[in-house]
Write a protein that binds this ligand. Structure first.
Ligand code: GLY
Length: 591
């Protein structure tokens, strides 16, 4: 069966049972900044699960593109993915457990539909917890359909309760359907821990609304929310060993064999991770998301970079991620047209991000290799320095160390990390007279951004620019500076660009104590110089520990500052105006 046949069969089955077909919502939820991505078909249906009337009625179905990163560590096995399609049907206060369960069973096992082997099915139902009782009703419905008692397991909230997707919202107990994919005969007794039992479909009985305070209120209607994994189901129907052998991955795997000149069967984990992550990244890019250091953009960046690193492990030396676009278009071009429409943008972004990351990787890897060459263990402090000085992604440090089988004290790393944050938070010795009013994380970010802005102003308008005042709050930074002429729009744009470039370069922020004389010799910008004592602290942005002279920004300052510019986000000037003769003011925000 092809993916298209499966999509069509599913929709047809529920259409025959009076469901209206909805289009897939976008991967990036519209009008909902509180969640990063669409992780299930029900996102766009939340108001209707809570009781609002849906214009299409009370029975709905659709195929939804989803992105989940909570299981990213598991990608590489036979079933886990970050991007996947979910087939779902919904009852909004219409049918409930009996119909939902019976229909899932019929769709999976009836000859005219998927014709799966009944003897390979197993079921989990919600077991009791302190507040809610065991879902005997669902178990009984399954038994009536012929599922043996010892193929039904009762599990707790962690496994058999779904939602809410955020802190609050609709949720409820669920019953999950597993299929045996092992080569041997399916065991009589179902053991949910055995990985040969793969979950293919989840039926959620959404009956509660979890409030912000953590209480569960009964919803005014009983809903059904289901999700069946397209890739997994396709693999089991076609008796394939994993989702990666389905037509939804094979062209990617083949392309990767060509690029790497290696065989998938010898490196299944690496191939799967690269194929999964780049497919997910391409879908996100198709919605015009760009890699960045915050939130959605950060997830995208992490997906691309992790894929690239696994590519390097396969000894792919050239820039290759963009070459995975053609097979993704081949697989999905007709179903998700945005991939085709935005193909130039996707390609451009992949190349840019891979080039950028290759540089960081090279630098960080050389140093890491040198450190581990003669050591059997890697201290938390060393890991931290690597992170701080090279912006080397944390999770990569951990992964590489694990691969090299080197002892690593993660706790020490965490402590080092905390200590440094503490240090930089409490480091305000009062020398930063510009008016840092609060030490919230946001304000600290604005403080570091102010240093970058100060430097960039001098780059563009000349060294005669001097700080005249600075004020930071949670919402914005304000910077007053001396300048005889109003800067042009182009100049302001240039300044903004420079600051953002520096943020993107993952520059480390290093603090050093030294004499005022030394600070001046290093070219540090000093304000209110007569107020400084003999010893000062200087913040360097972008320098290397042993060559601070080359740092981009050098400024005498009491802190606190962030550890690396990569947490700042996007810098934007929102206002430029005159405050008095020869003094001008910039207001800027970090997004
Ligand atoms: N919303 C049901 C599921 O994702 O499993």
């Amino acid at each position: 069966m092809t993916a298209n046949e499966l999509r069509e069969k599913f929709l047809k089955f529920f259409e025959e049972r009076e469901h209206k077909i909805l289009p897939s919502s976008s991967l990036i939820p519209e009008n909902d900044p509180t969640v990063l991505f669409t992780t299930a078909g029900m996102h766009s249906l939340i108001p209707f699960l809570l009781g609002e009337k849906h214009p299409a009625g009370s029975r709905l179905c659709k195929i939804q593109e989803c992105l989940r990163t909570d299981d990213i560590e598991k990608v590489g096995d036979i079933a886990h993915l970050t991007f996947f399609e979910m087939l779902g049907n919904w009852s909004l206060g219409d049918y409930f457990k009996k119909e939902a369960i019976e229909w899932s069973y019929e769709f999976l096992t009836a000859k005219d539909w998927l014709n799966l082997d009944k003897d390979k099915l197993a079921i989990t139902c919600f077991g009791n917890d302190k507040q809610f009782s065991r879902d005997e009703e669902s178990a009984q419905i399954w038994e009536n359909l012929g599922i043996a008692k010892n193929r039904i397991a009762f599990l707790g909230k962690k496994d058999n309760w779904w939602g809410p997707i955020n802190d609050a919202g609709p949720c409820g107990p669920d019953t999950e359907i597993f299929y045996w994919v092992g080569e041997s005969k399916a065991p009589e007794v179902f053991d949910p821990q055995n990985n040969n039992w793969v979950e293919i479909w989840n039926n959620v009985f959404m009956t509660y609304n979890k409030t912000k305070e953590g209480n569960f209120e009964l919803l005014q209607q009983k809903n059904v929310d289901t999700g069946m994994g397209l890739e997994r189901t396709l693999a089991v129907i076609n008796h394939l060993p994993s989702v990666f052998e389905t037509e939804l991955f094979l062209p990617l795997i083949k392309q990767l064999e060509l690029i790497s000149k290696k065989k998938y069967e010898n490196y299944p984990r690496e191939f799967r991770i690269i194929a999964d992550h780049l497919k997910a990244a391409i879908f996100l890019l198709s919605e015009k998301l760009e890699p960045s250091n915050v939130e959605r953009g950060y997830v995208l960046r992490r997906l691309i970079r992790r894929a690239v690193r696994f590519g390097r492990l396969l000894e792919i030396k050239e820039i290759f991620s963009f070459k995975m676009l053609a097979p993704v278009i081949e697989i999905y071009g007709n179903v998700y047209p945005l991939i085709k429409e935005n193909k130039d943008f996707i390609e451009e972004q992949l190349v840019k991000e891979e080039e950028k990351f290759s540089k960081t990787l090279l630098k960080g890897m050389n140093i890491l290799e040198k450190i581990v060459e003669n050591q059997k263990s890697f201290s938390g402090k060393q890991a931290f320095d690597l992170y701080q000085s090279y912006g080397f992604p944390l999770e990569l440090i951990k992964e590489i160390i694990k691969e090299k089988d080197i002892r690593f004290d993660e706790k020490e790393f965490e402590e080092e990390f905390k200590k440094h944050q503490e240090l930089s938070r409490t480091a305000s010795s009062g020398m930063f007279k510009g008016g840092l009013t609060t030490h919230s994380e946001k304000a600290i970010k604005y403080h570091t951004a102010t240093h970058l802005l100060h430097r960039a102003l001098r780059d563009v308008l000349g060294e005669e620019v001097e700080q005249r005042g600075s004020n930071i709050n949670e919402e914005r930074l304000r910077f007053d500076y001396s300048c005889s002429k109003k800067p042009t729009a182009e100049q302001l744009k240039k300044i903004e660009e420079i600051v953002n470039e520096k943020i993107q370069e993952n520059l480390s922020v290093i603090k050093k104590e030294m004499s005022l004389k030394e600070a001046k010799e290093l070219g540090a910008i000093g304000l209110f110089e007569d107020k400084y004592g003999e010893r000062v602290s200087v913040y360097f942005i972008g320098g290397e520990e042993n060559n601070l002279k080359t740092a981009y920004s050098k400024e005498i300052c009491g802190g606190p500052h962030v550890i690396n510019t990569n947490v700042l986000g996007y810098f934007k000037i929102i206002k430029e105006e005159a405050v008095s003769s020869g003094v001008r003011r910039i207001k800027a925000i970090l997004e």
